[in-house]
Design a protein around this ligand. Structure first.
Ligand SMILES: [Zn+2]
Length: 251
């Protein structure tokens, strides 16, 4: 096993290649009546260009997506952004269908170093997610900016949200803070769906997780996922997800 694979398995035991994750989303979607033809995807990943590969895979499977992206994958697009996306779905059989993908990201390099990655044409190590790394640096220095800064809007909003969940006197590492971001993003997604999706006319699927950049490609550790059909929330069982992304599952 490579150093990357060992580190990835240790920190993100549920991680799977990103193409298998996207194929699973299609297979799960079909079970609920969602297809690329009758659904619009809404994708919230980090603004980092490293996230492009997963975004491209999602769009290759589901078609052109509404862009929900923000620093660290946070859903700062807000209620107005969700409602704008909700005016764009196909209407099929009298229903609108949305599939949301929302997650933070992290890099692991070939030596198994968490947070480290290489960038094309740029010598020396780089890191991802830079926004979460910057937050941890401020936390280490005990000088976390919590005032909303119009000139650093997304980062200061991100820091406010993270400080709500970091226990007092605890110094999380990058994996912990990435998992915290994932929980915030999943909570925000659930709240936004309740606020903006009209169950009289629309159904949705929601996929959360953590995007992982490896030296040989991208991975996703699936997180809590659910469907809302006719207003009823149905959790997507992790086992069913696992089955969909297993080799030979026909996904
Ligand atoms: Zn990032």
């Amino acid at each position: 096993m490579s150093d990357f694979a060992a580190a990835c398995r240790a920190h993100f035991p549920g991680a799977r290649p990103d193409d298998a994750f996207v194929a699973a989303s299609l297979a799960i979607g079909r079970r609920y009546g969602f297809t690329a033809d009758n659904t619009i995807a809404c994708v919230g990943l980090c603004r980092d260009e490293l996230s492009r590969e997963l975004r491209a895979r999602i769009q290759g499977a589901w078609g052109e997506a509404f862009n929900f992206s923000g620093l660290a994958g946070m859903l700062f697009v807000g209620r107005t952004g969700f409602m704008a996306a909700h005016a764009h779905a196909p209407i099929s059989g009298g229903r609108e269908r949305y599939v949301y993908f929302a997650m933070p990201h992290i890099a692991i390099d070939g030596a198994g170093t968490v947070g480290a990655c290489a960038r094309t044409g740029r010598p020396g190590p780089s890191s991802a997610c830079g926004a979460l790394v910057a937050f941890l640096a401020e936390l280490r220095g005990s000088r976390v900016r919590l005032t909303t800064d119009p000139l650093d809007l997304e980062q200061t909003l991100l820091q406010q949200r993270l400080m709500e969940v970091v226990p007092h006197d605890h110094r999380p590492d990058l994996v912990e803070i990435t998992r915290a971001a994932r929980r915030i993003i999943a909570d925000d997604l659930e709240r936004m769906i309740k606020l903006t999706l009209d169950p009289e006319q629309a159904d949705c699927l929601a996929f959360t997780g953590i995007q992982i950049h490896g030296p040989d490609g991208g991975y996703v550790e699936p997180g809590p996922s659910w469907a809302v059909i006719d207003g009823a929330r149905r959790p997507i069982d992790p086992g069913a997800f696992e089955a969909a992304i297993s080799p030979g599952a026909g996904a």
